[in-house]
Design a protein around this ligand. Structure first.
Ligand SMILES: Cc1ncc(COP(=O)(O)O)c(C=O)c1O
Length: 470
């Protein structure tokens, strides 16, 4: 008996030692202060050859990725709370996605679906239509990116309704083509010196309760922000009978991971329906399971958008965009919209796997479970650090807004950059959104353990930056 007990004790101790060792090894992710020598060499070449119209977050020169981790060229490993750019929903290089890409590339890489036919795009169309809200028949237009998916939605809405105008939100992001740039309104630099844009877009305030644009408080406000669209916009200067569609993000992505109140979109849809204005639901950042539902709009029960756009996570790394609409809305004539590369067979094969993986690995459930845990842990940190003004989100799309003090709510813009940079140096890839919101958007396969390790780094950075504020 004593022997067995001793054996058990020994085994438990050994397990504990292994666990400690593993934890220790996991924590040595940074082997050379980034950017290391190889990264620096590439950064110099990059500056010489690539367009300077982009802004890089920090010098992460990625070489490989696996699951929730990305490695740089100097061998540093980072926990990836970014999922690339909110793209790798099933993680880096999921083996099934990699195999599907290889198999499809060996069979057929290209044969433009808008000129000929192939099976993977038909299969994907059926799958995408099935997971999109609404039990009515649908049609799908496949393209290469989020902007293209929204551009197609704009053109389709105009073609079908024969109406010229659109509504969109302040702080929205829908893309950077001339059409989508007219919808996008999150930073002046995105539009400066590019006018004239596509005319006819009016922007209305997004329901950002932490910083209500009307200075009101939910629910006492009775959601004046929705009635404002009807009373002050549609009834005064933006004729509803000339309005084709309103573009929405169910949770604003680039605008700061802002979540509207629970009953918001139901109220909005009623107004849009009253005037026959289509609702275009941009799910490019919030969709494909990120919030614990296939599409984030499903959190607002009963709201069925007329058009849904998807990209980013759809093929978890391969370029693809999808514009999904009620059958009768896609009545545009042959030749009115097409693409050479859109819906490429290799990207379709990857997307088909992504949908299967999300179902089979129960990633909607995992996004909800891990998201609830992450939210709880972040709210605990909020109690400890007054620099954390607001924690909000759904599933694994969570924003942590940093403020100089919780009363005045002045955005802690530089501080959020400092937190981000400290995290990077310590092995956590995380970026900001809008003025001072840290965005938590890890792959949907994440575990409690990886969240804990990431949060340890995040907290150490927040603690140091908050101490400098005092
Ligand atoms: C909500 C939303 N819509 C559209 C886009 C544009 O997508 P893409 O960069 O693939 O053109 C983005 C990209 O960040 C986005 O977040």
């Amino acid at each position: 008996m004593g022997g067995i007990l001793l054996q058990f004790t020994f085994q438990a101790a050994a397990r504990q030692t292994v666990r400690l060792l593993v934890t220790k090894v996991e924590k040595q992710r940074i082997v050379v202060t980034p950017p290391g020598p190889k990264a620096r060499e590439l950064l110099a070449k990059d500056t010489n050859i690539l367009s300077h119209s982009v802004v890089r977050w920090y010098p992460l020169v990625a070489e490989s990725g696996s699951g929730c981790f990305v490695k740089d060229v100097d061998g540093n490993e980072y926990i990836d709370f970014n999922s690339g750019l909110v793209v790798l929903n099933v993680g880096h290089s999921h083996p099934r996605v990699v195999k599907a890409i290889k198999d499809q590339a060996e069979k057929l890489i290209h044969y433009s679906w808008t000129d000929f036919y192939y099976k993977p795009i038909i299969d994907l169309g059926e799958q995408v239509a099935r997971i999109t809200p609404g039990s009515f028949p649908k049609k799908v237009f496949f393209s290469n990116s989020g902007a293209e998916a929204n551009e197609a939605a704009m053109k389709m809405a105009r073609w079908h309704t024969r109406k010229p105008l659109f509504l969109a939100y302040t702080s929205s992001f829908h893309g950077r083509t001339f059409g989508t740039m007219a919808l996008t309104a999150s930073k002046p630099v995105q539009r400066r010196h590019f006018f004239p844009l596509v005319p006819g877009v009016t922007h209305v305030p997004y329901p950002y309760c932490y910083r209500c644009p009307f200075g009101l408080e939910y629910p006492k406000c009775n959601m004046w922000c929705v009635d404002f669209i009807d009373e002050e916009v549609l009834k005064k200067f933006h004729p509803p009978e000339d309005t084709a569609a309103m573009f929405i993000e169910p949770i604003q992505g680039e605008g700061g991971y802002v979540v509207p109140p629970d009953d918001y979109f139901q109220r909005l849809k009623k107004i849009l329906d009253k005037y026959n204005i289509l609702m275009v639901d941009d799910e490019i950042q919030a969709g494909m399971g990120r919030t614990g539902k296939w599409f984030a709009i499903e959190h607002w029960a009963g709201v069925i958008p007329d058009i849904v756009t998807s990209a980013k996570g759809l093929a978890s790394g391969m370029p693809i965009g999808a514009t999904i609409a009620k059958d009768e809305l896609m009545d545009w004539e042959g030749g009115s919209h097409a693409t050479t590369f859109g819906g490429n067979p290799v990207a379709c094969a990857a997307a088909l796997q992504v949908i299967d993986i999300i179902k089979e690995e129960k990633l909607l459930e995992n996004a909800t479970r891990q998201g609830t845990y992450l939210m709880k842990r972040l709210k605990e940190l909020q109690q400890k650090y007054p620099i954390i003004g607001d924690v909000r989100g759904k599933g694994l799309m969570i924003g942590v807004e940093l403020v100089k003090d919780p009363e005045a709510k002045e955005p802690a813009a530089q501080e959020s950059i400092d937190v981000m940079n400290k995290c990077f140096k310590r092995g956590l890839a995380i970026i900001t959104s809008s003025k001072s919101t840290m965005r938590f958007a890890p792959p949907l396969i994440i575990t409690h353990e990886i969240i804990d390790e990431g949060l340890e780094i995040f907290e150490s950075a927040v603690k140091e930056v908050a101490a400098q504020l005092k």
